[in-house]
Write a protein of this length. Structure first.
Length: 408
């Protein structure tokens, strides 16, 4: 999914991604335990989310994040946070923070002292409405001090502004996660657009009289936590094992901070594919070029435009909304970066309804969904299995050059 901003009644695409997960508190997972993480890495697991979700939630990578009141030891570790390279910033679902920590987070305020809230639209029509709060965000041995985050569904939130319309999503059961850890290519979740255009549709100032749209300085927007680290702050590496064509149960891997900063995040043979200002590269399929293409760990499918395949699963099946191509789709795509680097990428899409009939499987390298953007192919979490996938932050120096780019 991709984040959208509203501007004069038009939806303006900004940056990407969102994922799923669930339930608050201490970490829990099943499957093989990975090696103890080094100080710049945290374990990730693809386990379908916490128990009790009312829906199948395949292909979401989850990590645990520790949130603290700024400058204190008043902290809470929250599990099942979806790892999303298609967005930037930490967003927490309604009620996952305990009262002690939630009440101690510093409100982000405008120049007049009014609290700031954010209305984040994703391209699937979902809407996040919540306060912007300042927190210390800790993962492994890394700290993002005094970092603006997005806290959804707080009972003290004002009535949803009229300009903030969509399918409101804040609960764990709706989000499918305790939150979203946006570790994408951009430092802010909006950037210059929201700092210069008061009617940006994302940010609101909320005096007692009600919330109105406002421009927000870059430093006060919801920020990429890794970019706030004192070290290992130029990007991330996601490592997930290969899975079979029939799926896997709860594979584990690592979210590693930094690119080329330690022995465990060297690029090796990975090639960098630079991105445009929206985080896109091109994908070539036969003679057709899809210019709005991107890589996004927060998408649980490979998003395929109808010009390639439009065979949806039956609406009455356990895979409604996914693709069920017959025969299975076997594509040989070519990724082309803005720097001219290219690489062949095989993408396979099987019948999701058939895959989902085997209980207990949560990870698939071959599930797809219909992309409403006819100009884009989105490589979601299925693309990450069996690869080292690097996401470099805009303006950051790395051994492969300056971000933003993806490398694999």
């Amino acid at each position: 999914m991709r984040v959208l901003a509203i501007f004069i009644a038009a939806l303006v695409a900004l940056i990407g991604g969102c994922g799923g997960g669930g339930g608050g508190g201490g970490s829990s997972s099943t499957g093989t335990t990975p090696p103890p993480p080094v100080p710049n890495a945290v374990a990730i697991v693809v386990d379908g989310g916490p128990p009790g979700l009312p829906f199948l939630n395949p292909d979401v990578a989850f990590a645990s994040v520790t949130v603290c009141a700024p400058g204190t030891n008043n902290c809470q570790t929250i599990d099942h946070i979806a790892v999303d390279t298609g967005s930037s910033g930490l967003r927490l679902a309604q009620g996952v923070l305990n009262a002690s920590v939630a009440n101690a987070l510093t409100p982000q305020s405008d120049a007049s002292g009014n609290p700031l809230a954010e209305c984040t639209h994703f391209a699937d029509g979902t809407l996040f409405w919540g306060w912007v709060r300042i927190a210390d965000v800790n993962m492994a041995g890394e700290q993002a001090l005094s970092t603006p985050i997005h806290v959804l569904g707080d009972p003290s939130l004002p009535v949803l502004p009229s300009g903030c319309a969509g399918k409101l999503t804040s609960a764990v059961a709706d989000l499918g996660a305790n939150g979203i850890l946006g570790v994408g290519n951009f430092i802010q979740d909006c950037g210059d657009f929201c700092s210069s255009v008061p009617s940006n549709g994302l940010y609101y100032t909320c005096p007692a009289s009600g919330c109105v749209r406002t421009a927000v300085p870059l430093t006060q927007q919801v920020l990429h936590p890794v970019a706030r680290f004192a070290r290992d702050n130029n990007g991330v590496l996601i490592q997930l094992p290969a899975v079979s064509a029939t799926g896997a149960a709860s594979p584990t891997g690592l979210l590693i901070f930094g690119i080329g900063t330690q022995a465990n995040n060297a690029l090796g043979t990975a090639r960098a594919f630079t991105l445009d200002s929206l985080g896109n590269f091109s994908i070539l399929n036969g003679s057709t070029t899809y210019i709005d293409s991107f890589v996004d760990s927060g998408s649980n499918v490979d998003w395929i435009p109808s010009s390639i395949n439009n065979q949806l699963c039956p609406s009455t099946s356990n895979a409604a909304g996914f693709l069920c191509p017959s025969p299975p789709l076997n594509l040989s795509l070519t990724v082309i970066g803005q720097n001219g680097n290219s690489a062949a990428v095989p993408v396979n899409v099987a019948n999701a309804a058939a895959l989902f009939t085997t209980g207990g499987l949560t990870a698939f390298n071959n599930i797809g969904g219909p992309n409403s953007d006819p100009s884009g192919v989105a490589l979601g979490l299925p693309f990450f299995f069996g690869r080292n996938v690097f996401t470099a932050i805009e303006g950051a120096t790395t051994p492969a050059g300056t971000g933003p780019y993806v490398a694999f």
